[in-house]
Design a protein around this ligand. Sequence first.
Ligand SMILES: Cc1cn([C@H]2C[C@H](O)[C@@H](COP(=O)(O)OP(=O)(O)O[C@H]3O[C@H](C)C(=O)[C@H](O)[C@H]3O)O2)c(=O)[nH]c1=O
Length: 191
Amino acid sequence: MHIIETAIPEVVIIEPRVIGDERGYFFESFNNNKFCESVVETKFVQDNESKSRRGVLRGLHYQIPPFCQSKLARVVQGSALDVAVDIRKGSPTFGQHVAVVLSAENKRQLFIPRGFAHAVITLSDEAIFQYKVDNFYSFEHERGVSFQDDALNIDWHMPYEEIIVSEKDAGLPTIASGNAYLFDYSKDYYQ
Ligand SMILES: Cc1cn([C@H]2C[C@H](O)[C@@H](COP(=O)(O)OP(=O)(O)O[C@H]3O[C@H](C)C(=O)[C@H](O)[C@H]3O)O2)c(=O)[nH]c1=O
């Protein structure tokens, strides 16, 4: 397993060691010791999967304390752009983001820490997206930021007109509106 640093220190890309032979390939898609013990201190408790067609954008989502979540995301069919935005007030990288293409082909995974808003947009005709979370789902603690928050400068790889979002996501606030919950770098981040 190879860890790739990004512009935001807490956000890392994991590239698994793929072992190919005449039958096909094998790789460890998750290893608690190699990842959770040595790269990030967390314990994943739930696995999620979603399937989307090209242009479907899920996000930018996060859960607030005490149900903050970090996520370990991968794409097992097709390809998608995975985006993590630092929304921790006081963070040296506040408002910055990491955007990585995850695909069945590159087998890359993205670690999205607590304190970050997360979104994924499908780039291939169809994509199956799988991700682990280290805190359980809580509808009451779900929050979000608009994918059309231009101040975030996110290149979604397609024009807004081609992007398909849920009614819920279409109504999410921008950060500048003052209506989006922001984490506090000094405290919420670890809850
Ligand atoms: C997230 C979640 C959802 N649900 C239920 C709630 C709805 O009835 C249905 C679809 O939920 P939603 O539209 O919020 O799903 P996404 O738009 O894919 O949301 C996810 O998308 C982005 C990528 C994220 O990072 C979050 O983990 C998550 O918010 O699944 C559950 O039962 N458990 C869960 O953990």
